[in-house]
Design a protein around this ligand. Structure first.
Ligand SMILES: [Zn+2]
Length: 134
């Protein structure tokens, strides 16, 4: 009796996970640059600076402390670069002293509001200011 040949599939579970923790492709960087330029902000943050910021914040959202997720798709807790002085403000800069990591949820909740206004001066505001400006 001829045995049916088993089709071998690559074992998904054994495949090493893509190190997409700080995933950035030239295309994404390009998109980011364009998006910011359209908002009138010069893109300056380097990938290395962004990594440093994430380490500084222990990979957590600066506002709600949730563990950040790295995904190319939308995820509630996806890590986003949050501009403390909003991009709608002419004083906004794309530099480490104006960027904190925030989950997509917080970032969309804050929108273009000023941080002080959004957090209503609670302890989170103090903490962000302390980390950013020492
Ligand atoms: Zn958050």
């Amino acid at each position: 009796m001829k045995e049916k040949k088993k089709r071998r599939r690559p074992k998904r579970t054994n495949r090493p996970k893509k190190p997409n923790v700080f995933y950035e492709t030239p295309r994404r960087a390009w998109g980011r640059r364009n998006r910011l330029r359209n908002l009138g902000v010069k893109a300056e943050l380097t990938l290395q600076q962004w990594k440093d910021i994430l380490i500084l914040w222990d990979n957590k959202c600066a506002y709600c402390d949730v563990e950040l997720v790295y995904s190319r798709r939308y995820h509630k807790h996806r890590a986003t670069e949050e501009h403390v002085i909003p991009t709608s403000d002419p004083r906004c800069t794309d530099t480490p002293d104006n960027i904190v990591p925030a989950c997509a949820d917080c970032n969309s909740s804050k929108k273009n509001r000023d941080l002080r206004e959004w957090l209503d001066n609670d302890e989170r505001y103090e903490r962000v200011m302390e980390v950013l400006h020492g």
